[in-house]
Design a binder for this molecule. Structure first.
Ligand code: LMR
Length: 310
């Protein structure tokens, strides 16, 4: 998708730097060979390496998809401490070698907290350049509403995913609309069953990642890759007028979310910058859900920092 120009547009040439761990070096080399054999017009080079410093050298965009997946019998703290170590190392490599304008998207779980660790250990990367992926959840919410209402997915806009990329995330439909022949209509008006919106819908989006894992015994792949492309595309190229998307970004205190957390907010993007959408009304139901997710992130942060002894 990246090499075909889906992420950065049809006129943006690129060099891909691919990083993997030593045991995967053969497969990594094969990916490089296949990329070359595809003769993508935009692809000006491929660097495949198991050395993080080499991989990070002069990169303008870093998409971090590597992490330690939870295995049977592992405690949450064990997973967190493994990922904390990985993200500390990647942060140091980016800090030393990436381009000054490098923008970072963390995909690997726990994505919000991995991004926070990265921010801690790559202090020269401006904090607004460090983000995590919640676009997958945003896209899932949009798709589920389109299915429920039997409308094209492209007609649904302005859902919001607040919080953590975990089962405490809050997919909020209070401001979402559907474009119809007679103008934009609020989703809340079109979905007759408000109980469905408050219960089943939220749970389905929150649990969709787990449902994919149950179905294919592996984490989401295509939809996660596509969402990562959407995230970078909109960040660099901009969100369409009147539309917002969800991104995990460093909280500035907006909507009462404590600064110092990487939290998913509705954002609009223009020319490589994002801005949190301000002034949205938040009802009591939303407030509670948004705070629950913030609380979970604060706990994850404390756990991560205890693993790193900072
Ligand atoms: C997803 O949302 O599909 C993944 O983050 C799930 C996971 O735990 O890998």
């Amino acid at each position: 998708m990246i090499a075909k120009g889906i992420m950065l547009g049809p006129d943006q040439p690129m060099i891909l730097h691919l990083l993997d761990i030593e045991p995967a070096s053969k497969s990594l080399e094969a990916v490089k060979m296949e990329l070359q054999d595809s003769a993508f017009p935009l692809l000006q080079g491929v660097i495949a390496t198991t050395n993080a410093d080499e991989a990070c050298k002069d990169v303008n965009i870093a998409i971090l998809i590597g992490g330690f997946a939870r295995k049977e019998g592992m405690e949450r703290k064990d997973v967190m401490s493994k990922n904390a170590v990985i993200y500390k190392a990647q942060a140091s490599a980016l800090e030393r070698y990436a381009s000054d304008d490098c923008k970072v998207l963390v995909v690997a779980n726990p994505a919000n907290t991995n991004a926070l660790i990265l921010k801690e250990f790559a202090p020269s990367i401006p904090e607004e350049n460090i983000t995590c992926l919640t676009r997958l959840d945003h896209n899932r919410a949009q798709a589920r509403l389109a299915e429920k209402l039997s409308v094209p997915v492209s007609s649904v806009k302005n859902v919001i995913v607040w919080g953590n990329h975990s089962s405490t995330q809050y997919p909020d439909t209070n401001h979402a609309t559907v474009s119809t022949k007679t103008g934009d209509k609020p989703v809340k008006e079109l979905v007759a069953d408000q109980e469905w919106l408050k219960n089943e819908f939220i749970e389905e989006v929150q649990e969709r990642g787990a449902a994919i894992i149950r179905a294919r015994r592996l984490s989401s792949a295509l939809s996660a890759a596509s969402a990562a492309c959407d995230h970078i595309h909109d960040w660099f190229i901009g969100t369409p007028k009147g539309n917002w998307v969800s991104m995990g970004v460093c909280s500035d205190g907006s909507y009462g979310i404590p600064p110092g957390l990487v939290y998913s907010f509705p954002v609009i993007c223009e020319k490589g910058s994002w801005k949190i959408v301000q002034g949205l009304s938040i009802d009591g139901f939303s407030r509670e859900k948004m705070d629950d997710s913030a609380r979970e992130l604060a706990e994850e942060k404390a756990l991560a920092y205890s693993c790193l002894n900072v």
